[in-house]
Write a protein that binds this ligand. Structure first.
Ligand SMILES: *Cc1c(COP(=O)(O)O)cnc(C)c1O
Length: 385
């Protein structure tokens, strides 16, 4: 199988599994226990926290480990919303192309008395900075815009957004799940930032929220007071150790891997765009090195994915969460694509295990797969007529 769905999840690296194993087996202690077995787990946890903090250029007490980026994003948005409410602030700003775990949280907050502005994006997926500046008012408690988009790979102008937020005195949260390890992630001017382990060759079920000490939030989970009282629940020491190992390796290999994957991406793009009535979604340059996203008119993205599966290629239409519903992607609709075009999307996301030989196979199969599907499609035969 050729795995080209690395934005959905990644295979756990051997070094990560090795780092985790002792904490599942002999060093299984609860990090809150006072005897040696517990303190050993505590030491590993705090060492992981220090390493994560150093990589993000923040302080250890600004790292909150949790179960996934979905939780980190919920904690950032809801946690700050309920704190801000006490100060009479009730307005949240997010972009229209956020991951569902941000968008659905924003919608839930709306149902619960908060106001939300959903920022438009241009044809490439860049947020409108002028619109952002205008949207911020004295009731705004948070701006949340992702570092890079998971469907189309567009890299947002995070530095500029941070600057606007800093000038207006509004906290800025960014979902950096897809960016970390692929492009340099700079935390300067960022109040909160979310990461997930399983997108960078770490285990599923671990994430973190970086939160500046000066930002007060409410916890979502109440209990034993773990993670500075902001995320109760016995710490997943093995998962956290594996996560931080994956972060270190991702940063170490980033310069080489990003270049290598970008080469494969560019070859994919060049050849896929030779297919009639195709388009590249996202910006041609300011995109993640591992992301290619296309629309092929007159075919359904889901059928392309199934067809590629027959040829041994694992791909996606875009958002793994929305694909079973057969709804067009909210990201592609926000770019201004017609629903018919948004339906025919294909996302190919590369990873460290992919080789150029695999890409050469894919660029041979893809035109064939699209042609076969179009041959079988009544829309293709009656197009324009
Ligand atoms: C995968 C993903 C998430 C969700 O991460 P989980 O750890 O699976 O909850 C959030 N945001 C983006 C951009 C993602 O790609």
């Amino acid at each position: 199988m050729i795995y080209l769905d690395n934005a959905a999840t990644t295979r756990v690296r051997e070094e990560v599994i090795e780092a985790m194993l002792p904490f599942l087996d002999k060093k299984y202690g609860n990090a809150s226990s006072l005897y040696d077995l517990g303190q050993e787990a505590r030491a590993a946890l705090e060492q992981a926290r220090e390493k994560a903090a150093k990589m993000l250029k923040v302080e250890p007490n600004e790292i909150i480990f949790c179960s996934c980026a979905t939780e980190a994003n919920n904690l950032a948005l809801k946690g700050l919303a309920f704190e801000a409410k006490k100060q009479g602030k009730n307005h949240l700003i997010v972009s229209k192309i956020e991951h569902h775990c941000v968008l659905h949280t924003a919608e839930w907050l709306e149902e619960n008395g908060f106001k939300v502005t959903y920022l438009n994006v241009d044809e490439y997926g860049f947020v409108d900075l002028a619109e952002l500046e205008k949207a911020i008012d004295e009731k705004t408690f948070l701006v949340s815009v992702m570092y890079a988009n998971n469907e189309i790979g567009t890299i947002e102008p995070v530095k500029e957004i941070a600057k606007i937020c800093e000038e207006k005195g509004v906290p800025f949260h960014t979902d950096a799940v897809q960016a970390f390890g692929k492009i340099p992630v700079k935390t300067k001017g960022i109040s909160m930032l979310s990461l997930s382990a399983h997108k960078i060759y770490g285990p599923k079920g671990v994430g973190l929220l970086m939160k500046r000490e000066g930002i007060k939030i409410q916890p979502l989970l109440h209990g034993g007071g773990h993670e500075f009282g902001l995320r109760s629940g016995t710490e997943n020491v093995a998962g956290i150790v594996g996560f931080v190992k994956a972060m270190e390796l991702a940063l170490k290999e980033m310069p080489r891997e990003s270049k290598r994957q970008a080469k494969m991406r560019d070859k994919l793009i060049k050849h896929a765009l030779q297919i009639p009535e195709s388009r590249l979604n996202g910006h041609p340059k300011k995109r993640l090195p591992n992301n290619a996203n296309f629309s092929f008119r007159w075919v359904e993205g889901e059928s392309i994915v199934m067809k590629l599966n027959e040829y041994g290629i694992a791909a996606s239409t875009g958002s793994a969460c929305s694909s079973p519903k057969l709804e067009p992607s909210h990201v592609l609709l926000a770019l201004g694509l017609a629903p018919s075009e948004a339906h025919g999307s294909l996302r190919l996301t590369l990873g460290r295990y992919n080789k150029m030989s695999e890409i050469n196979y894919v660029i041979k199969i893809l035109p064939k797969a699209i042609a076969e599907l179009r041959e079988a499609s009544p829309f293709w035969h009656t197009r324009g007529g």
